[in-house]
Write a protein that binds this ligand. Sequence first.
Ligand code: FAD
Ligand code: SIN
Length: 520
Amino acid sequence: MPKTDVLVLGSGIAGLTYALKIAECFPKQKIVILTKGDESESNTKYAQGGIATVIDTLDDSYEKHISDTLKAGDGLCDPKVVQMVVEEGPKRLYELINWGINFDKSKLGTYDLGLEGGHSEHRILHFKDITGYEIERKLIIKIKQQQNITLLTSHFAVDLITEHQLKRPRSKQKLTCYGAYVFNQKTQEIVTYNAKTILLATGGIGQVYRNTTNPIIATGDGIAMAYRAKAQVSNMEFVQFHPTALAHQFSHGRSFLISEAVRGLGAILKNEHGEAFMHKYDVRKELASRDIVSRAIDNELKISGADFVYLDCTAISKKDFKQHFPNIYAQCIEIGIDINKQMIPVTPAAHYLCGGIDVDINGCTSIQHLFACGECAHTGLHGANRLASNSLLEALVFAHRCFIETKKNIETIKNKTSIPDWDGKNTFETKERILITHNRKELQSIMSDYVGIIRTHERLHRASKRLNVLFEETEDLYQKSKLSTSLFELRNMISTAYLIVEQSMKRVENKGGFYNSDLI
Ligand code: FAD
Ligand code: SIN
């Protein structure tokens, strides 16, 4: 049974920055980072727009960033958390810079700050349109230089270990986390990881929808694990749909994103007749917050019956476009679109989960020694709708808070002396693995058709009924089948979808990204 001091589940910005800080501060502590795919596959890797932070104190201020965040969150943000994240943001950002991560500068040598929806000032630090790639790549390099960090790929965390597995009756005391059962995809074995402190940094849930900007690893595993372990999970109804995913066949299960920063540089949304429409929905037009722009597009598509609207970038000079968005430019060229002559077909896609595992202002979950940060956590920053580019910022700030909290007792807590091995009996080979693929697709259809941008009571009830059937079929399959990542993921996706539907049904007021047309 592998024993470690700190176990980090996930190798995106949240997991990596936390691990680095612990490793640098405590050279004698052992840190294991487990990740289910290759080392860099994550939502982080695909981040385009950048990180929102107040760097320019001439035009911008903390007050403005706080106010924009609160406005986007539509009354459901926790103001204390918003203030803390905004004010600690610049320090965390400079740490990234000191670790060697690049952000674009203007000719004057100051940071080139982008503008995105819902922001009243230019405040997005970015590296061209591949900010996430730059961050992920550099962090992995740093991680590999640390003697006391082991990063293991193809390791899929299946379940957290708490008193439940120790077969202790649950007392009134807080549960404690002692590690995780992990599926080593190379050896096809379940390994028991015993740890003093565990961080969930497992990212998003986009794959529960058919059309998403998230890569295939985003299946809500951490949230489902935490939920099974009886941690509190909330605000799951607030799934954010990004207005402008490229309406073109998916590459590896995800839609290519056309960054909001493109609208920040002047691109206009148009309908199939080439008419701009955002002025009908919000005075900020293309730069209204994401919930508003996505609903506006959804409405236009319902009126016209079309599959997509267009993003018109023809007024932006080719030089400017290519300089700011070389990756988007190249992707458009690859599918035959010259952005100077043709408009880009775009459609909203599931992008980000504003809710998740409840944590306090220090990243502590409701389970002792279990932290969560990044997209899987619900911190109170985003409320009902996340402000653009506040996610990488949140991950950085909360990873640091988790580090500070871990620091307090990492040298005094002890590993649990005995932890039972996993008691899963699933060892038979099924002849019908196709059922897993079918059920995954069916789940994505249910969520896209009934639990999308506009919901109704009836659609939510339909989704709930169908999810119950899928749940029973999948549990049955789980009892009979050999262990497999796709089956673990399917179970987690069903739990995640169930939480989204159940929490949507409980919401009685439309807020931010949540919209039930029966509640108007
Ligand atoms: P991730 O980066 O998603 O990392 C999760 C990690 O957990 C991965 O390594 C994954 O393999 C691992 N994992 C998951 N489940 C398991 C398991 N069961 N066992 C082991 N490992 C597991 N935000 C911004 O602020 N600015 C932007 O410009 C921006 N652009 C975006 C563009 C795109 C296309 C997308 C998809 C998102 C964007 N976001 C942006 C959102 C932001 O990128 C994410 O919210 C953020 O990167 C999440 O970081 P994370 O570390 O929490 O999770
Ligand atoms: C984008 O570049 O539009 C994505 C930014 C974000 O998700 O915050």
